[in-house]
Ligand binder design. Structure first.
Ligand SMILES: *Cc1c(COP(=O)(O)O)cnc(C)c1O
Length: 407
């Protein structure tokens, strides 16, 4: 069997170098734990970037997948399957009356949502020329396809691929005045993350998101919420919009929905569910029996183990412990987030060192920038796991102060 170094080297040789990766290769997981190929144990506060909501190797997800794999994996969307119909019903019952489209990733769900908004605007407008512009936020993240790169408000990610598809405009996040000023006769929709995940866990203010909702109502615009990271219990509600007195017209989901199996979804409210007609949109793998079985197991387990409520409670405990650490640790300047989507902002650009030192101590965390550590643990995390994280952070921050690194 290859060791961590061999696998790292082979990856460098044969896999495109699109990710900055740690030189570790994981072999298996169980609950909150992962083991690398050398047998070193880690406690996982990354959760596959807010994906593995049930932790690793959860028996109900493993059983559902293996049962479905032995029964029927894929048939195409030329036909119906009960699992897909039931899953759509379930997502509607959890959110608002409407209809669902199944995709395979966050970017694909978002791209479909923008297509839906454009078709709706075009039909309402009639004639030639129609409002097709979508306003998104600076520092947003909506995915890596060309159109979603154009939607993503990060210049450095866009520059290498310009010219990008047209029809996107960016405004500062949490600035209602800037949003109002940006709306024009060309606007068809506003697309926002209720909490900007990749940008370092920036939570939308209540008056802001509710104000954007009113603005959309006044100006006849659709509000698309990208809940790819925040949906499915992550923030202590099924969907992050439930923290606000509003709901979106279109919501996109992906990360947590399959518990690690790739699935995305567009959830469109009311008559927006009728906008796409045969031929307008599609995807080969979308909503296959296999991924729908996984998503059912995820939703069943979240319900049975009350993981949404737990995410709220454990998220409070996590923030409480982090705030207590901040009081004695001046290198921490801010703790922010909701539920189990939490960021630690540091005074200095040492987040990579802290992540690295925590890893050496057997605790996985993730940085979203040089000064920000993001925590997105499985929703099954316990107080004891959080205590272990706090200890690792405390020790690692002390090491950084002493100038120690693992390199
Ligand atoms: C991860 C993420 C995406 C992209 O999802 P992919 O599955 O990688 O395409 C889009 N939006 C948000 C908010 C995300 O966190």
């Amino acid at each position: 069997m290859m060791n961590n170094q061999d696998i790292t080297a082979k990856t460098r040789e044969y896999v495109m170098n699109t990710y900055t990766r740690w030189p570790v290769a994981f072999a298996r997981g169980q609950g909150m734990k992962l083991w690398d190929v050398a047998g070193k144990e880690y406690i996982d506060f990354v959760g596959g970037i807010a994906v593995c909501c049930l932790g690793h190797a959860h028996p109900s997800l493993a059983e559902a997948l293996s049962r479905q794999a032995r029964t029927l994996i894929h048939t195409s969307n030329l036909y119906h399957t009960e699992g897909q119909a039931d899953l759509a019903e379930r997502l509607i019952n959890l959110s608002y009356p409407g209809k669902v489209f199944f995709a395979n990733s966050g970017a694909e769900a978002n791209e479909g949502a923008v297509k839906l908004a454009r078709k709706y605007a075009k039909e309402r407008h009639g004639g030639d020329g129609y409002p097709y512009e979508v306003i998104t936020a600076e520092n947003s993240f909506h995915g890596r396809t060309l159109a979603m790169l154009a939607a993503t408000g990060q210049k450095d990610k866009q520059t290498p691929f310009e010219p990008l598809p047209v029809g996107f405009r960016h405004v500062p996040f949490n600035d209602l005045g800037a949003m109002e000023a940006a709306v024009s006769e060309n606007t068809c929709a506003i697309m926002l993350e209720p909490i900007q995940g990749e940008a370092g866990v920036n939570v939308a203010d209540k008056p802001y998101l509710e104000g954007v909702r009113s603005l959309c109502d006044e100006r006849g615009l659709l509000l698309i919420l990208d809940e790819v990271q925040t949906g499915i219990g992550r923030t202590g509600k099924w969907f992050a919009y439930e923290h606000y007195e509003m709901r979106p017209d279109i919501m996109t989901l992906a990360k947590g929905l399959g518990g690690g199996v790739p699935i995305g979804a567009i959830v469109a409210i009311g008559r927006l569910g009728e906008v796409f007609q045969p031929g307008d949109h599609g995807t080969t793998f979308g909503g296959s029996p296999l991924v729908c079985a996984a998503a059912h197991a995820v939703l069943d387990t979240i319900e049975n183990e009350r993981l949404v409520e737990k995410a709220a409670l454990l998220g409070d405990y996590l923030q409480e412990r982090l705030r207590a650490l901040m009081e004695i640790e001046p290198s921490i300047v801010e703790i922010r987030g909701k539920g189990l989507l939490v960021a630690i902002e540091l005074a200095e650009e040492v987040a990579p060192d802290v992540v690295d030192l925590c890893m050496a101590r057997g605790v996985l965390t993730n940085k979203t920038g040089p000064r920000v550590i993001r925590l997105t643990p499985p929703l099954i995390v316990s107080e004891r796991d959080i205590d272990l994280l706090i200890q690792a952070l405390t020790d690692s921050l002390a090491d950084v102060k002493k100038g120690e690194t693992t390199r």
